[in-house]
Design a protein. Structure first.
Length: 305
């Protein structure tokens, strides 16, 4: 088997995991290819640059861990998602949302945002605090949406800065500001617009006492630490998990009751692993290519892009 054939085979296997399909072709590929506008972002924009990078594999794990620190966010996942019965299906749903908002047309983004909003409207309930009190939660609550958004934004930005081979690009403020536009269709219109403001918002949640650990938190975190993957995939995942954990603030690590490997060890290992994965599966992305084809069809792309 030629190196190109091996790369295609490994790439197809990887995409089957991410998209939860038998052929590795995302069912929403057509939604990204269609449309008569450029969408929110172009290939030169920070969200496109960050989200096309393999460091998103680490960022996604980190976002789940950070989001789990808010008991309202955690209860919504634990009680209204299929994270235990179908974790790959839930991963595919998140991947669909991320890639459509990054690469899709405004029409596709509107439809996907409507799907997520409809799903969020059903996510309501109560959670128990560590002191035994009951509090209501609603996925459409602006503060809860804000926490999920800042945890996501900070995680993808931080892991890009730490582990991507493109990490020297100075796009932090641009990423925060432009990705904020992606969540406006979900009803969040007051997001941080700079890296500094992003950090301040996260710290404010911590200082206000909105974040806490319950028994349910620890159960979900253990599931995130060791999901039901094959033995081979778990070996790779263990390194990705440690890279995600290592990138978190120490007070969040202590809250989660997790001790990461030393940063001096995990950072070069994670960078090397991502480079190796890119060599193994290639940089080919059907979703990005569909977006580029749409942009070319519309005459949006220039030769420099």
């Amino acid at each position: 088997m030629s190196p190109n054939a091996i790369q295609r085979t490994l790439g197809d296997r990887f995409r089957r995991i991410i998209t939860s399909t038998s052929d590795g072709v995302p069912p929403w590929l057509g939604q990204i290819a269609e449309g008569d506008d450029a969408g929110f972002f172009l290939p030169t924009d920070a969200p496109w640059i960050v989200h096309r990078d393999l460091s998103t594999l680490i960022g996604g794990i980190r976002a789940l861990l950070i989001q789990a620190l808010h008991p309202g966010s955690l209860a919504g996942v634990a009680e209204h998602s299929r994270y235990e019965s179908d974790p790959l299906g839930r991963l595919a749903g998140t991947t669909k949302w991320l890639t459509i908002l990054t690469f899709g047309s405004r029409t596709a983004i509107e439809k996907e945002s409507h799907r997520v909003n409809t799903m969020h409207s059903r996510v309501v309930g109560e959670y128990e605090t560590d002191s035994g009190n009951r509090k209501p939660y609603r996925a459409t609550d602006p503060q809860l949406l804000l926490w999920v958004h800042v945890a996501f934004t900070d995680s993808f930005l931080r892991t890009f800065q730490l582990y991507s081979h493109n990490r020297n690009q100075n796009i932090s403020d641009e990423y925060v500001a432009k990705w904020a536009t992606a969540v406006e269709p979900l009803g969040l219109t007051d997001s941080p617009m700079s890296e500094h403001d992003l950090q301040q918002t996260i710290e404010q949640f911590y200082q206000n006492g909105d974040l806490e650990i319950t028994e349910q938190t620890l159960r979900v975190v253990q599931f995130i630490k060791k999901p039901p993957l094959s033995k081979t995939a778990l070996v790779v995942y263990a390194f990705l998990f440690q890279a995600a954990l290592s990138s978190e603030p120490e007070h969040f690590q202590k809250m989660l009751q997790l001790r990461p490997w030393p940063r001096w060890l995990i950072r070069p290992l994670a960078r090397g692993l991502l480079n190796l994965m890119e060599l193994a599966i290639g940089s080919h992305s059907p979703l990005e290519e569909a977006a580029l084809s749409r942009l070319s069809r519309l005459g949006v792309l220039t030769h420099s892009q």
